[in-house]
Design a protein around this ligand. Structure first.
Ligand code: FMN
Length: 217
C-alpha cells in the first residue's frame, strides 16, 4: 500500500479477530523493523514474539491490574484524562481481551548502551527512546501494509521484572514496549484524529506560522 496512506491510517487497533497471523508474516515485519536508525548505529533493539497461549494469558494478567489502576486514577481525578467514554471503553475492551490477541511482540532494549544526553536538563529524559521507537514505528507501518492491526503499549514497563522472568529476558535488557498484532475486527480509520498542522509546525521562531500549514487540518 501507499506509505503515506499507511502513516495516515495507522491507528491503535483495540479490537481483533481471533484468526492467527502466519509465522512467516511476523518474520517479514521484524525484518522491516530492523532497518530503523539508531544512535551510532548501535542497534540496541531485539524482539520476543509471544504466541504461546499461556504466556499471552500471563501478559494479560500483568496488564489488567495496571490498566485497572490507571482507570481508577482517571475516575478519582488523580490523573486528568480528558478521554471520552467511548475511548475508555475501547481501551478497557483491549485490556480485558488482551490474551486473545494472537501475537504480542515484546520490544527489548540493551538499556546500558543507550545514552541519555538530556539526563542533566531537569526535565523528563527523552533521548534514550530515540534509538528504540523508530524501529517500533517501522514494525507497525509494515503491519499496516499487510492489513494487520497493532497497538504500541508501554504500560507493561511497570511489570518489567515479571515479563523478564516470564520470557527469560536477561536483567540488562529492558522491555521498552509490547506491540499487539492481529487482524482488525473493524475497518481502519479513513483519517486519524490529530492536531492541525498549523498548531504544531512553525517557521524560524516557535509560534511563528509555517506558510502553507493551515492547508492541513
Ligand atoms: C508511547 C505510546 C504508548 C502507548 N501505550 C499504550 C498502552 O499502554 N495501552 C494502550 O491501550 N494504548 C497505548 N498507546 C496507544 C495510544 O493510546 C494511541 O496511539 C492514541 O490514543 C491515539 O490513538 P489512534 O492512534 O488510534 O488515533 C500508546 C501509544 C504510544 C505512542
Amino acid at each position: 500500500m501507499d506509505l503515506l496512506e499507511a502513516m495516515q491510517t495507522l491507528n491503535a487497533c483495540r479490537h481483533y479477530r481471533k484468526d492467527d497471523v502466519p509465522e512467516a508474516m511476523v518474520v517479514k515485519l521484524l525484518n522491516h523493523a530492523r532497518w530503523a536508525a539508531t544512535g551510532s548505529n548501535n542497534q540496541p533493539v531485539s524482539y520476543v514474539v509471544v504466541r504461546d497461549a499461556a504466556k499471552r494469558q500471563a501478559i494479560h494478567d500483568l496488564y489488567q491490574p495496571i490498566w485497572d489502576m490507571v482507570m481508577q486514577k482517571y475516575a478519582s481525578g488523580e490523573i486528568k484524562s480528558g478521554f471520552d467514554a467511548r475511548f475508555l471503553a475501547n481501551v478497557d475492551h483491549f485490556a480485558r481481551h488482551l490474551a486473545d490477541v494472537p501475537v504480542m511482540i515484546v520490544v527489548c532494549a540493551r538499556w546500558k548502551e543507550l545514552s541519555a544526553l538530556d539526563a542533566g536538563l531537569g526535565r523528563t529524559v527523552l533521548t534514550p527512546g530515540s534509538s528504540i521507537y523508530p524501529a517500533v514505528q517501522n514494525l507497525m507501518l509494515a503491519a499496516r501494509n499487510e492489513g494487520l492491526g497493532t497497538v504500541l503499549t508501554t504500560l507493561l514497563v511497570l511489570a518489567e521484572k515479571e515479563i523478564q522472568k516470564l520470557l527469560e529476558i536477561p536483567e540488562d535488557i529492558a522491555t521498552a514496549a509490547v506491540v499487539t498484532l492481529g487482524w482488525p475486527e473493524k475497518p481502519f480509520p479513513k483519517k486519524l484524529k490529530r492536531r492541525p498542522l498549523a498548531e504544531i509546525a512553525f517557521q524560524d521562531r516557535f509560534g511563528e506560522p509555517l506558510p502553507g500549514a493551515s492547508d492541513y487540518a
